[in-house]
Design a binder for this molecule. Structure first.
Ligand SMILES: [Zn+2]
Length: 271
């Protein structure tokens, strides 16, 4: 579904990213907020607790000791092998905007002294879509975690598979899932807003522990597609973290402020 619905997800979610300027409005409570204050609060609304979407860089700083990541496979970049309309231009634009070569950054780091393999997705790069580079980097990160016998953490943020890479992007779902099957060390999957479609239907939902940020949109197909298919009204809060927890699809909801501490506790128990 990510193949065709990605654009819609991106459009509705785009409104929730932080605009430039000293002041900003919270899309959840409508409050006008001082941007600096929100930044200092880990990009969480100081009035209602709404979690704004953040870049991979911010999440790295939040989770890893001194924000330090020994990045791996940083040279991998997407190839427009289908000559898909506007894809090359989109890659270029996203690279300029984010400073990244694709929608994920992977490598080794420490969480309160515990060595981990960690991956951080970036929605800013073509909606965090998973193409051949994202899939390959995730697979290699899984292999490194396995070979070094250390836990794996993946922070997801994605609209799904990258349609510009056609079937090759869908193949990454099977590839990453198969690789995870070989992993014997703990894998913690952190879901941020939004984690949907092909990413949700592969590695994001395969964690030994699946943690979500509050209020995140999580799911495979979008609500409208489901509603039209089952021809029934969907319950309120459908596909948000809280709904998913209630229905056993995730293990816990953790705020950004508590994330590092909770992950540390889990790593100590699981290792
Ligand atoms: Zn708010």
């Amino acid at each position: 579904m990510g193949l065709f619905r990605r654009r819609k997800v991106k459009k509705t979610e785009e409104k929730k990213s932080i605009p430039d300027g000293a002041w900003m409005k919270c899309d959840n409570c409508g409050e006008i907020l001082y941007r600096k204050e929100v930044q200092n609060n880990l990009y969480v609304c100081t009035k209602c607790g709404f979690h704004f979407r953040v870049s991979s860089k911010v999440y790295r700083a939040l989770l890893l000791d001194d924000g330090k990541l020994i990045e791996q496979d940083s040279g991998l970049e997407p190839v427009d092998f289908l000559k898909f309309k506007d894809y090359a231009a989109k890659i270029k634009k996203s690279t300029q905007k984010t400073g990244l070569k694709d929608a994920i950054v992977c490598g080794e780091g420490k969480i309160n002294g515990i060595e981990v393999e960690a991956c951080f997705m970036d929605f800013g790069f073509i909606g965090g879509s998973m193409g051949s580079v994202v899939g390959e980097k995730v697979k290699r990160a899984i292999y490194r975690a396995r070979d070094k016998n250390i836990p794996l953490i993946i922070v997801s943020s994605s609209g799904g598979a990258r349609m510009q890479e056609g079937i090759i992007s869908l193949m990454q779902m099977a590839k990453t899932s198969a690789a995870l099957n070989l992993l014997k060390t703990p894998y913690i999957s952190i879901l941020t807003n939004p984690t949907t479609a092909g990413v949700m239907a592969s590695y994001a939902s395969l964690g030994d522990v699946i943690i979500a940020e509050p209020g995140a949109l999580l799911g495979f197909a979008g609500p409208r597609v489901i509603q039209q298919t089952i021809k029934q009204e969907l319950p309120p809060g459908f596909q948000r973290s809280e709904f998913m927890l209630e229905h056993g699809m995730i293990d816990m909801i953790v705020t950004r402020h508590e994330m590092k501490e909770v992950v540390t506790t889990l790593l100590k128990h699981l290792s």
